[in-house]
Design a binder for this molecule. Structure first.
Ligand code: PMP
Length: 304
């Protein structure tokens, strides 16, 4: 990535962007042995705030535990390192990428005594799926690639290697002219997008695939479920057939990168009549957290 900020936090101290490098024999480069998070920072009326920082760092710890990756920092220390990286780079709104990985050491796949490195980058960042995505929605396809099957690589952990699956789904979608691809689970039921969770609305009822559907249980997904509850809606977490997407009245993606992005069309089927009352209400509630129009009753904003 070309230089996007001045400093990167790495292994306990700030380094210049160009000095935060790794050795080519790093285990993670060979085998995907990294765990990471993607977090957004928003420019709020009270200054830059990181959205659900603690929840993201706690998820990072869970992903790390799965792969026997450990480091000498506490949740609070990594939270403060994230805030510090935002502060030193003077970022008002953008993206934070904490990543921990197995470095250069023994080359064996199962080597556990490799050094562990932890880094945090932060840089300005805008809309993920292109201009107009939040207003107009995106066109997607169901991928010919399935999501990771349970009992192979755990889909619920945010590890580097998982993203080979996301790449195949997303590359195929883009090559076919779509903004994004949706993966099915091994059972042929809906799972999620390459990097985002999926919600459907039919006859006023809201659905999302359950945690067991090979999804990463998104922090945005959880936030949206809570915001919908505040509006009096229940979200049904249940297995969903592929055709439910084609016949939905509304559908949207959630994720740190996509935020809340409507789905306009899937595999050539227009989703509903394009009116999207519930999606619009969710978007208003979600983005309202950052301009102060939605009260932050759960302490989700972590001011830097
Ligand atoms: N699924 C996958 C595969 C993802 O990579 C992401 C992005 N982290 C999500 C869902 C959404 O998760 P979150 O809302 O926590 O960003």
């Amino acid at each position: 990535m070309s230089k996007r900020a001045d400093h990167i936090w790495m292994d306990g101290s700030m380094r210049r962007w160009e000095d935060a490098t790794v050795h080519v024999m790093s285990h993670a480069l060979h085998y995907g042995s990294s765990v990471f998070e993607g977090i957004r920072v928003y420019d709020t009326p009270n200054g830059p705030a990181i959205f659900r920082l603690e929840d993201h760092i706690k998820r990072l710890f869970k992903s790390a535990r799965m792969y026997r990756i450990s480091w000498p920092y506490t949740v609070e220390e990594l939270m403060e390192a994230c805030r510090e990286t935002v502060r030193v780079n003077n970022i008002k709104s953008g993206y934070i990428r904490p990543l921990a990985f197995r470095g250069a050491g023994p080359i064996g796949v199962s080597a556990m005594d490799t050094p562990i490195h932890v880094m945090i980058a932060a840089f300005p960042w805008g809309v993920y799926l292109g201009d107009g995505a939040l207003e107009n929605g995106v066109d997607v396809c169901v991928s010919s690639w399935n999501r990771l099957a349970p009992n192979t690589i755990p889909p619920g952990m945010k590890a580097g290697g998982n993203y080979l699956s996301s790449m195949l789904i997303s590359y195929e979608a883009k090559e076919r002219g779509f903004h994004e691809g949706i993966g099915l689970g091994r059972d042929g039921l809906l799972s999620e997008g390459a990097g985002e969770n999926l919600f459907l609305i039919e006859e006023g009822t809201i659905y999302t695939p359950p945690g067991s559907a090979s999804i990463l249980k998104g922090i945005t997904r959880h936030s949206v479920v809570q915001l919908l509850a505040d509006m009096g809606h229940t979200v049904n977490e249940q297995p969903l057939a592929r055709e439910a997407l084609y016949t939905a009245d509304e559908a949207f993606f959630t994720g740190t990168a996509v935020e809340v992005t409507p789905i306009r069309c899937c595999d050539g089927f227009d989703i509903g009549n394009g009116e999207r009352p519930i999606t619009k209400a969710v978007q208003a509630a979600f983005f309202g957290l950052f301009d102060g129009s939605t009260p932050d009753t759960r302490g989700w904003l972590d001011y830097v």
